[in-house]
Design a protein around this ligand. Structure first.
Ligand SMILES: [Zn+2]
Length: 182
């Protein structure tokens, strides 16, 4: 059971909530609420101020790659977000080099895989960009399923890479590899 730190964008309320929730016997903590991108660093700082480091800290509803790196560097351990699946349903595929909008004309004759060396089910079946685009145009739901499988794998792999990079002390380097998401 996780305790949730609230307090919006207000320093005093965030710190007060963090101290109080952090003093209770929860298994971990969630940081909730809505705040703009610019405020994220500050709000996270205030929200984490009263929470023990040896318990997991979850940031609710954040899923942009740029924001994930910011939050991880501040000490966030867990995330949940609709980004991988929602964008897949809108024909947006994630690759390390950036996002592909697979419905675009340029993919009509693109026989490449979504991403080279991707180990997701779709890429292992060697289903090409061209084919996925075709499914989006003809059997949309099947196209959406394929895109979802790939994107979920992409994010799982991103977090595997982040965990390894933390252990190897090269998180900044890994972040640079995702420069197209800045
Ligand atoms: Zn894939």
């Amino acid at each position: 059971m996780f305790g949730i730190v609230q307090g919006g964008i207000f320093e005093d309320l965030r710190k007060k909530s963090s101290k109080f929730i952090g003093s209770l016997a929860f298994n971990g903590f969630g940081i909730g609420g809505s705040f703009g991108e610019k405020q994220m660093r500050k709000v996270l700082n205030w929200s984490l101020s009263g929470l023990a480091e040896d318990k997991p800290r979850h940031l609710l509803g954040i899923g942009k790659i740029k924001d994930i790196f910011i939050a991880v560097k501040q000490g966030i351990d867990l995330f949940d977000c609709v980004v991988p699946t929602r964008e897949a349903r809108h024909a947006v595929l994630y690759t390390k080099a950036g996002k592909l909008n697979i419905e675009k004309e340029i993919f009509v004759k693109d026989k490449k895989m979504i991403e080279k060396n991707c180990q997701c089910w779709v890429c292992r079946q060697e289903i090409s960009r061209q084919e996925i685009r075709h499914y989006f145009k003809t059997e949309r739901i099947y196209g959406q399923r394929l895109a979802t499988l790939h994107n979920i794998y992409f994010f799982k792999n991103l977090f595997r890479e982040i965990r390894e990079a933390i252990i190897d002390k090269r998180l900044e380097k890994l972040e640079e590899e995702y420069y197209n998401y800045r």
